[in-house]
Unconditional design. Structure first.
Ligand code: G
Ligand code: G
Ligand code: MN
Ligand code: NA
Length: 255
């Protein structure tokens, strides 16, 4: 397919960029983390959404190369932000199920890169989705153990949207739950989404997990989440995803 071919060229031709969106510690209002989100500027079509090209990357196998690129870029930036902004700064990267499960050695290479930069595994959070854990095979379990050994943390993205089985939360070592933005959107006192968010936060904390609310767009949503004990917020209220240099300037301005 045409777009798949273009994607191959994009990787080589520098058309991919990594954007970063702040993840804010709600109690202090400080930026402790950033989610890395890939962007593709196609020479003719302009911005192509990852929702469109990640599936093509998966079916063509390009996803592994793209994933390696995302990780390599991320660690360069997190190194800087740990040095200049916050010693425990973390960058979180998304991995599709296929990408997470496949073992082509690129992940080992990437661990080597972390070590070469003298960065602890805790510099990185890997975001996966619930579905992956629901039908977890040995590749998934092994990968989670490998991450754990390297100190890399794991976040469950889009939490609450996928499957209602919660048993995997005790089976696997997870560090963060990301409350999906479909819950945040209609947050209001005494709403059912408030009740669900409250329950997720209490449960997560009892299990020793931290909670990140996605899609925070208003001060009211932020305040309700903070009052419920939510640890972190992410969303347009704080900032949209932005180019790395711009994110760097944002951190400097905040310091
Ligand atoms: O910011 P945005 O609309 O672009 O993100 C759309 C989707 O693309 C999200 O579900 C996000 O998890 C996914 N995504 C963004 N960057 C990456 C990436 O580097 N790798 C993978 N696998 N998915 C990504
Ligand atoms: O699937 P995942 O959670 O990785 O993707 C995050 C997606 O949410 C990205 O597409 C990102 O651009 C988008 N996003 C981030 N903050 C907000 C927000 O406040 N509102 C909305 N509608 N989308 C957001
Ligand atoms: Mn995500
Ligand atoms: Na999400």
């Amino acid at each position: 397919m045409r777009l798949t071919n273009d994607l191959r060229g994009a990787l080589k031709g520098g058309q991919l960029a990594l954007y970063f969106q702040p993840i804010v510690h709600l109690r202090t209002g400080r930026i402790h983390k950033a989610e890395a989100l890939i962007r593709w500027t196609h020479p003719q079509r302009g911005m192509v959404s990852p929702l469109e090209f990640i599936p093509l990357a998966e079916s063509s196998g390009l996803i592994m190369e793209i994933g390696s690129w995302v990780l390599r870029e991320s660690v360069q930036w997190v190194r800087r932000w740990r040095r200049e902004h916050h010693p425990e700064f973390q960058v979180s990267v998304n991995q599709s199920p296929l990408e997470f499960q496949r073992d082509d050695g690129s992940y080992q290479a990437w661990l080597g890169e972390l070590q070469a930069l003298d960065l602890p595994g805790q510099s990185v959070v890997v975001e996966i989705t619930e579905g992956l854990l629901l039908d977890a095979n040995s590749a998934v379990s092994n990968k989670l153990l490998q991450l754990r050994d390297a100190g890399i943390q794991v976040a469950l993205d889009d939490f609450g949207t996928g499957y209602s089985s919660l048993s995997y939360l005790k089976k696997f070592d997870i560090d963060y739950l990301k409350i999906d933005r479909s819950f945040t959107r209609n947050l209001a006192p005494d709403s059912s989404d408030m009740a669900l968010s409250d329950a997720i936060i209490v449960m997560a904390h009892k299990l020793g997990l931290r909670v990140i609310a996605e899609g925070v767009e208003t001060a009211e949503q932020r305040d309700l989440l903070a009052a419920a004990g939510c640890d972190y917020g992410q969303g347009y209220l704080f900032a949209r995803p932005m180019p790395a240099e711009q994110f760097d300037a944002l951190l400097k301005a905040q310091a």
